[in-house]
Ligand binder design. Structure first.
Ligand code: C2E
Ligand code: MG
Ligand code: MG
Length: 688
């Protein structure tokens, strides 16, 4: 794994939103429609209101005009009649004939006004025509005309100086009766017109009251409508708020364990750093990784793996304080943000508690599972000045725990930093080395103990650094795997080895098999089989002349696909060797299931042969078991003659080691081989 890569790796996001959050668009559409309808209704109501106000104002104006006109007319009629009568009376009493002019002008206007009134009452056939109720205008005019004749006579007498005659006519009872009657009619007429005028004003009042009531109703209706709408929108907003809270929760929480996810982690880290800077308090970041979680998944299935993750999350949550944030960053990686950290002691106390959780095996569905965890811790502001650095340093500390054998916790310190820097330098050097062809291959013979023939050679990688000189494989292979450079490098080795075998074959060297070490990463590749097939066909090697060596521990790592891949390889004709056998804790069941040709007993068991009786027993047992399964055995690291002798006695098939030959470059190997074949034919026989 690249340093820190697991922390930054992006996991596919689970689309839980779609399943749990109901769509709101239909509801939103309803609201939009309601608002549209409400706006339309409001618009119509407002237009109706304006229209009714406008027509009312118009009517008001015309009615007031009419009322005034009637009022005025009634006043004028009375005034002119009074003027006429007064002029007549004054003329009779004073004998002033000139008053005739005043009399005549009043009479003329009076008749004119009466005519207007009459015309008006006949013209309009509407509710508001001027209609003097109960008064016969024609009769009144006729009466006026009839008195006018008498009055004309009175004025004639006055003009001819016959005041007595005029007075007598004026005082005539019948004439006075008529005049009284006329005065009465004019009074009634004035009262009737006044009544009509006030009726108009009254009706106007009613109309105004009605219009005001209607307008008030409209306003109340509009307010009610909009209040109702406001309630609907408010309710919708509340629902949206609830929904967005739910969405936010889903976005920030891990669907499996229910604790915070990477998004919440980043958010809380940001907040914690801000708070720490403000309060000058410290933060601790604990990164927790379940050791060999993949093996649990492979061995017991993903359902059990999930239960373990859920258990882990709940345990971490119960161990941490309320103010701390526990999150799952992805896979088996958890993080706890410890705020207001007083000293490292707090973090180590929690770490010890976490580690002690796994002292005993855990039980899931009848399975007892023993796991452990690794914890890396970095603190702010002591170890880092920002988020990225803190995360990186906690990750470095975690890496260090893993490197030292896991099941522990580790605070970040300067030594880790320099080790990390060295690692980065190493990875840079490796990239360079691959580009500038600093790698070469050495070959170490593997000899058949029985026939003494060199049956195979193991390809061993060598790196000559232009400044640092030869760098042992053990110092760079881990780095190459972590940076995944082992993939192009391993492919190069495989290609070179196959070409070399073909070349030896063409040179007439005995039919030597070539053995190539493969990294677990190469096997994990999906295109592994295709790339082997390609190399076989491009190099022209016979597949049966190629053996791949797989380290025993790899068998445990990839249980699902590995058997399929190995069977495919075998069907191609390629041989399979299990390297470093005895050190990888593999299950013996695997040996039964996998198509294995050779077991290579690790040097760990052969180096103290024959004196160490335990190693001797183990070696003998391995050989016996392998033979029972039809697998041949290669003993590695044979440095002494008596080691070889022991293996001969134990019926071991093949041997490899400095005693027989050291790894060497190809040219040296060719020379060695011809020398070996000619001169040392009896080496092994002499052992027997
Ligand atoms: P391995 O595959 O078990 O290879 C045998 C190692 O033992 C080699 O070390 C070899 O030089 C050493 N050896 C052989 N005979 C003796 C002996 O008599 N005494 C002692 N003390 N050592 C002996 P080397 O070359 O340093 O390689 C170490 C490991 O590196 C290999 O162990 C193999 O796992 C890995 N390796 C080497 N080349 C490659 C490669 O091309 N690809 C991969 N993936 N791994 C490689
Ligand atoms: Mg090997
Ligand atoms: Mg080995």
């Amino acid at each position: 794994m690249l340093f820190g890569a697991h922390l930054y790796s992006k996991e596919p996001k689970i689309n839980v939103w779609r399943n749990t959050i109901k769509p709101t668009s239909a509801y939103k559409n309803n609201i939009e429609w309601s608002v549209k309808v409400a706006v339309l209704i409001s618009f119509l109501v407002i237009v109706a209101g304006i229209w009714s106000t406008y027509t009312t104002s118009k009517t008001t104006q015309s009615k007031i005009d009419k009322s005034l006109r009637i009022e005025q007319l009634s006043q004028q009629l009375n005034n002119h009649y009074q003027g006429l009568s007064n002029a007549l009376t004054l003329a009779v009493n004073s004998g002033d004939k000139h008053l005739k002019n005043i009399y005549q002008s009043n009479q003329m206007i009076l008749l004119e006004k009466l005519k207007i009134l009459k015309d008006n009452s006949q013209l309009f056939n509407s509710q508001w025509i001027i209609k003097p109720h109960g008064i016969d205008l024609d009769a009144l005019i006729a009466s006026l005309k009839s008195t006018a004749t008498t009055e004309a006579l009175i004025f004639t007498h006055l003009e001819t100086q016959q005041a007595n005659k005029a007075f007598t006519i004026y005082r005539d009872f019948e004439f006075q009766q008529k005049k009284l009657r006329q005065q009465q009619v004019f009074n009634e007429l004035q009262a009737s017109l006044k009544q009509q005028s006030s009726d108009i004003i009254n009706s106007l009042e009613h109309r105004l009251i009605k219009t005001t009531a209607l307008l008030s109703l409209q306003i109340v209706g509009l307010i009610a409508l909009w209040l109702y709408l406001r309630r609907i929108i408010q309710r919708w907003r509340d629902q949206q708020k609830i929904r967005s809270t739910e969405l936010l929760h889903l976005a920030q929480h891990d669907a499996l364990t229910g604790i915070g996810n990477r998004a919440l982690f980043e958010l809380r880290m940001g907040e914690a750093l801000k708070q720490s800077r403000r309060n000058a308090s410290a933060i601790g970041l604990m990164l927790i990784d379940i050791d060999h979680f993949k093996t649990v998944n492979d061995q017991y299935g993903h359902a059990i793996g999930d239960l373990l993750l859920i258990k882990m999350a709940s345990e971490l949550k119960s161990l941490s304080r309320e103010s701390d944030t526990v999150t799952r960053l992805g896979g088996d990686e958890f993080a706890i943000i410890l705020t207001n950290l007083e000293n490292q002691y707090n973090a180590s106390t929690i770490s010890k508690k976490v580690l002690s959780l796994f002292n005993k095996p855990m039980r899931f569905d009848n399975h007892e599972i023993k796991i452990s965890v690794s914890i890396g811790i970095a603190t702010f502001p002591d170890d880092a000045k920002d988020y990225d650095e803190l995360l990186r340093k906690a990750d470095m500390a975690l890496y260090e725990v893993k490197r030292k054998g896991r099941n522990n916790f580790q605070f970040f310190d300067a030594a880790i930093d320099s080790a990390a820097k060295q690692k980065i330098d190493m990875q840079d050097d490796l990239i360079n080395a691959l580009k500038s062809e600093q790698f070469s291959l050495f070959y170490q013979p593997i000899i058949d103990i029985d026939t003494r023939q060199v049956v195979s050679v193991e390809t061993l990688l060598r790196w000559h650094h232009p400044e640092k000189g030869d760098i042992p494989v053990s110092e760079f292979i881990l780095s190459a795997e972590e940076s995944r450079l082992i993939l192009p490098l391993g492919e190069w080795v495989l290609k070179q080895a196959c070409l070399q075998q073909v070349q030896w074959q063409q040179q007439g060297l005995s039919a030597i098999n070539i053995s190539v070490n493969l990294s677990a990463l190469q096997l994990h590749q999906e295109t592994f089989i295709e790339s082997i097939e390609k190399i076989i066909s491009s190099s022209g090697i016979q597949p049966g002349k190629l053996t791949i060596e797989i380290i025993e521990s790899t068998l445990m790592e990839q249980r699902d696909m590995l058997p399929v891949k190995l069977h495919t390889l075998r069907s191609l004709g390629v041989n399979i060797s299990i390297d470093d056998f005895g050190t990888g804790y593999s299950s013996l069941v695997l040996l039964k299931r996998l198509p294995i040709n050779h077991l290579k007993i690790d040097r760990e068991f052969t180096k103290q042969l024959p004196t160490n009786y335990r190693d001797a027993a183990i070696t003998r047992s391995i050989i016996k078991m392998a033979h029972e399964l039809g697998i041949s055995v290669i003993a590695e690291g044979i440095e002494q003659k008596d080691q070889l002798k022991f293996l001969v006695d134990a019926n071991c098939d093949l041997a490899q080691g400095y005693y027989l030959a050291k790894p060497m470059p190809s040219i040296e190997f060719s020379l060695w081989l011809s020398h070996y074949q000619q001169q040392n034919k009896n080496n092994i026989h002499s052992i027997r």
